[in-house]
Write a protein that binds this ligand. Sequence first.
Ligand code: ADP
Ligand code: MG
Length: 382
Amino acid sequence: MILPGQQIGVLGGGQLGMFFAEAARKMGYCVIVWDPDPKAPAALAANSFICAPFDDPDALLSFLHQTKGVTYEWENIPAALVSKIEQSVTTSPSSAILRLIQNRITQKDFLRQHHFPVVPYDALDDPSTLSKKSEALGLPCIVKTAVFGYDGQGQWHLTNMDYVLALSEQLKNNANPAGWIVEKKVDLDQELSVIVVSDNTGTVITYPVSENRHEQGVLRVSRVPANIDSDLAKQATTLAANAISALKGQGVFCVEMFLTKTGELLINEIAPRPHNSGHYTMDVCSVSQFEQQVRVVCGLPIIPPELFSPSVLINILGDEIKKLTEKEQWLQKARSIDGIRFYHYKKEVIKSGRKMGHFQIFNSDAKKAMQKADTILQFLKG
Ligand code: ADP
Ligand code: MG
């Protein structure tokens, strides 16, 4: 067990690393963050910061020297680095799980082999086979890069054969050794997700189901509990817990799911880390997803969470953060309303669709929470 006062490390310095560092420090730990970006948000929340590329051998030595336990906050951390680290320091989730998850093809193959429901898909290593593969799956399809995609980036939605042929030509000139995956685009009724925590004794803990709305592939609104009947909630929770049990590892995970218009519940993808749709756990749960991550890293017991209130998350994307600071009065007003929290990630570079902060709204009446959330969303978009 790692005791308070000792230092634990996180690879990646985005907002998830920042919330991890805040949780760990509240629990009495010191935190070291490693990220190549000198402006990484988590650096400000940490005790120590290593700013170096992930393949820097001196940085690795220094990091190992300064940490008793390690985790990561992003699935695109090189698995080879995590594999080196775990040889001398306990690391969760393991590099084997990270490697499996960080490639969309190996992840979906794993789920399919274990009989978990997923969308029809095919691996695409040769772009000239795209038209054959998309015809076999049936249009519309989505092509995604096998590695390094996030927030809907590295994805192409194919609706007709002309576009398929054009994309196939475009991809031929695109050096991408890991290849792509082609997925059948399913008609979505709802998107759901569940945060799952597992430890090294095989205990698996689940959070309530979140209901998520995406815009252009980026999460925009997430409400908890999801507005679904209890049977479906049970089904989603069991599916998520079983998928994480099958991984046989420890860590905090998020299982993203699709509920199709025909009533099928499918696993979309698994994140090997806390998740945007689990931020509500910081405001309306007895234990947050980040505290659980600290617990797993330090070998403390993981805890079944209690949900205190319905809640809605609104992500602040790109330029919207400027609007908030420019219209200071509006922000002050929002801040003065009970049950609205504003989180600012302090990212210096603003890019379209980039997650810059979020609002977490809570109210014992879920409808009222949704109404407040709608008002905020109108303002951000207006
Ligand atoms: P990312 O890693 O960028 O989150 P996802 O595979 O989760 O990638 O895709 C982002 C979003 O795009 C999903 O949450 C969903 O809204 C939509 N999407 C992705 N794949 C499909 C699919 N096969 N059918 C329908 N919608 C999809
Ligand atoms: Mg996703």
